[in-house]
Design a protein around this ligand. Structure first.
Ligand code: GLA
Length: 350
């Protein structure tokens, strides 16, 4: 990054940081219902370098663009919002980042459901803290990243992605309680390999559909007289009107139970039990939550037919990636067979 920064801006950076993308192993669309999820950081990361300057300017080595921005003004609705938003959130927390030139490089794919935006937000916050000498704990860093995404970037996301990027540890699954932000780490057993495969179709612009799912979940909780769907039992759901709202709630309630069962299966190194929960999760996301696509469903089917213990879409859905549980010594052959049947698919992480 040092050499690239010098090339872009003609001097050395003053601060550098990075943050990882994540794969969510199970527990999607539960975070904003104050529920549970189980992400794991990827080895793919976003790197940020910065130095004080006369004005705010960002360069992305990934799209080759350089743009000026201003964290004190409303969002511009382009990629610089993922830099300006975190700086504006830091300012609300009393940490004033002076005008800086920023360089970004990432190998976290965008629109793939593996948290490229959280990786950028967390890396910007970490670099800003390094530059200013200010301190925030990892959970506060995640909160600031989420607030930036909510308020600046317009996605009413939960805290899953930012917590995974800020608090997660490579090679470990992170059981997140999104009500308390309590996090428990568990090492991924040696007999487990999580393959992350992109279906070849980028996630469409889905902020509207995502925000609508969140609104339905909040409406279901309201009708049940609960603070959040986290507190609903399966029996309670029959008092919701039959149809879409009940189906959305059924996904959240059943998914929370699956996450807790999956964490136990992980700690017991029970790949069959873990895999079965992943596959159930996929069908719940596809049928009750309606966030899957033909390409994701097809890839999950092939992953299973070719021997994965379990497979599911990961992240928000509507395109992007599938995560599959495979045996480590079978992973390469498994992927060769799956890839042959899905020429557009590619391995994000094997
Ligand atoms: C996106 C959001 C997260 C979470 C997932 C679905 O990644 O940013 O907060 O809701 O979708 O689990």
């Amino acid at each position: 990054m040092k050499a690239a920064f010098e090339k872009a801006y003609g001097r050395a950076p003053e601060a550098e940081a990075s943050a990882p993308g994540r794969v969510n192993l199970i527990g999607d669309h539960t975070d904003y219902a104050e529920g549970f999820c189980l992400p794991m950081p990827l080895s793919r990361r976003t790197h940020v370098a910065m130095a004080r300057a006369a004005r705010f300017r960002a360069t992305s080595l990934d799209n080759g663009e350089t743009r000026d921005f201003d964290p004190g003004t409303p969002p511009r609705r382009d990629w610089t919002d993922y830099v300006a938003g975190p700086l504006s959130e830091l300012s609300k927390r009393g940490i004033e980042v002076p005008p800086v030139e920023v360089l970004i490089r990432s190998d976290v794919p965008q629109g793939a459901g593996v948290s490229s935006s959280a990786a950028l937000e967390i890396a910007v916050i970490r670099a800003s803290l390094a530059l200013t000498g200010a301190a925030l704990d990892d959970i506060e860093i995640a909160r600031a990243g989420q607030a930036a995404e909510n308020l600046y970037c317009g996605l009413q996301c939960g805290i899953l992605d930012q917590m995974a990027s800020s608090v997660g540890r490579e090679g470990h699954a992170l059981l997140l309680d999104c009500r308390t932000n309590e996090a428990r780490l568990a090492a991924v057993p040696e007999s487990f390999r999580f393959a992350v495969i992109h279906c070849g179709v980028e996630r469409r612009l889905v902020d509207g559909a995502y925000n609508a799912r969140r609104a339905a979940v909040e409406e279901a909780a309201r009708q049940l007289g609960l603070r959040a769907l986290r507190d609903a039992s399966p029996e309670m759901l029959s008092s919701l009107p039959e149809g879409e709202l009940r189906a959305r709630a059924r996904h959240v309630v059943s998914e929370n139970a699956r996450v807790l069962a999956a964490f136990d299966a992980l700690e017991a190194a029970d790949a069959d039990a873990f895999g079965a929960l992943m596959t159930e999760s996929h069908y719940s996301l596809a049928e009750d939550y309606e966030v899957s696509t033909e390409a994701l469903d097809g890839l999950v089917e092939t992953a299973l037919v070719e021997g994965a213990r379990g497979a599911r879409l990961t992240g928000a859905g509507f395109g992007g990636c599938v995560v599959a549980l495979v045996a480590p010594d079978e992973a390469e052959d498994w992927w060769r067979r799956v890839g042959a049947r899905h020429p557009k698919a590619w391995a994000v992480s094997l």
